[in-house]
Design a protein. Structure first.
Length: 233
């Protein structure tokens, strides 16, 4: 298990904020996050979009979300965004997992610091209370049925290798999907693995949700390599 890095450990904030930005270039939320942290407000998520100027009605344009929805539909996947937050309470490492409302879980009480599941590809399913702490810190988890063929599993590993920074990959024999991707309060569930179009849907899901949900700093744990937000081509 990975331990905390040198990030600031803030007391649990009572107020939470969701940061949004629209600009011609990449939006840097660093200063805003620091101002909110200083004010005792936890950032619960962030989303940005490249636009010459904000949309006067909805701030964001429809394109970014539409791309993700289209990719999910083409792959025959279920897309569930901004699900109910099931809690952030820290529990001891030896605790039994709570009964989470989704499978795979997307939020809920999880293991206490300094423990979390380290970024990586695993041959066995990690404990959910550890992976959820990773999701709280903005990570993306990709789970797959161990019944998938070796060829399909290797294709998923190939996708993981393009965005392994801040990402988990592991088998999950208990979920109802062939493949699923999760970030905090977000789920992409695919009843069937359909090759390239499933990989495209996971890639779009990662670009849209990685590092933006959970309320804790992604950089609190070391990130090495390309991330779902900026994968290798």
């Amino acid at each position: 298990m990975a331990e905390y890095g040198d990030g600031v450990r803030n007391p649990r904030a009572r107020q939470r904020a969701f940061c949004i930005g629209a600009a011609p270039e990449d939006v840097d939320f660093t200063e805003l996050r620091e101002l909110l942290r200083t004010a005792g407000v936890a950032v619960n998520g962030e989303m940005s979009q490249h636009r010459p100027q904000p949309d006067p009605d909805r701030y964001f344009g429809k394109g970014k979300l539409a791309e993700l929805k289209k990719a999910a539909k083409q792959a025959g996947c279920v897309l569930r965004l901004k699900l109910k937050d099931e809690g952030h309470t820290h529990i001891p490492a030896g605790s039994e997992a709570p009964e989470y409302k989704t499978s795979p879980p997307t939020s809920g009480n999880h293991v206490e610091p300094p423990y979390q599941q380290a970024d990586g590809a695993y041959s066995e399913m990690p404990r959910e209370i550890f992976t959820l702490h990773s999701l709280e810190h903005g990570r993306l988890a990709i789970a797959y049925s161990p019944d998938l063929s070796e060829e399909d599993q290797l294709e998923l590993k190939g996708l993981y290798d393009t965005m392994y920074g801040g990402t988990l990959l592991y088998p999950d024999p208990d979920m109802d999907y062939a493949v699923a991707a999760t970030t905090w309060t977000n789920l992409l569930g695919c009843p069937q693995y359909k090759g390239a179009i499933t990989l495209d849907a996971i890639r779009d899901f990662g670009k849209a949700t990685w590092g933006r949900y959970g309320g804790e700093e992604v950089a609190a744990f070391t990130i090495e390599g390309p991330t779902p937000k900026k994968p290798q081509s």
